[in-house]
Design a protein. Sequence first.
Length: 138
Amino acid sequence: MLVLFLSLAAFGQQPPEGPPPGGPPPGKRMPMPEPKNLKLLKPEHLMETMQSFRVALGVRCDFCHVQNDFASDEKPHKEIARKMIVMSREINTNFPDGKMHVTCYTCHRGSEEPATKPGEAEHAEHAEHAEHEPHNQP
Ligand code: HEC
Ligand code: HEC
């Protein structure tokens, strides 16, 4: 009985089919082409910064970027993001210790437009519009 249990337990731990997890070791990632349009950020740790933007706003890369052309400034959100980088830096230099305390996430918390008061959901505005819509019908 015990043997059966152990063999079942071992069987249960079999990893699912597919390639082994993990991917390439750190530092040996897919090479990224040299950035050619950086006005504020440094090429070092650029991808970590980009991931943090993505998470902070709860968006995908293409919220700010034209697909397959990251250097392009065509999307207005990218230019807004640059202004936000400058603004965040200014805020941080005004702290008594001059350290980085405020990040994109501090305000955005996973949403495109930060709330200005408690309980203010991102969709609240849209819901309100929807409520008023029927009155505008002829
Ligand atoms: C909130 C907006 C925003 C999001 C989301 C975002 N980026 Fe960016 N990205 C920028 C801005 C702004 C720059 C330019 C920074 C500068 O001028 O120093 C940039 C620059 C880049 C560059 C350098 C392009 C070049 O050649 O100059 C790459 C590559 C890039 N982003 C990749 C990504 C990837 C991959 C993601 C998703 C994981 C992502 N970005 C998400 C705003 C964003
Ligand atoms: C001090 C608070 C604060 C910080 C810090 C901050 N933001 Fe914002 N951000 C806002 C507010 C408030 C808005 C909405 C007002 C507006 O649209 O102009 C906004 C709007 C945006 C938008 C436009 C979103 C849309 O739907 O149009 C982008 C893109 C953005 N922020 C990116 C960033 C990035 C990237 C960072 C970090 C480098 C950042 N923000 C840091 C407060 C902040």
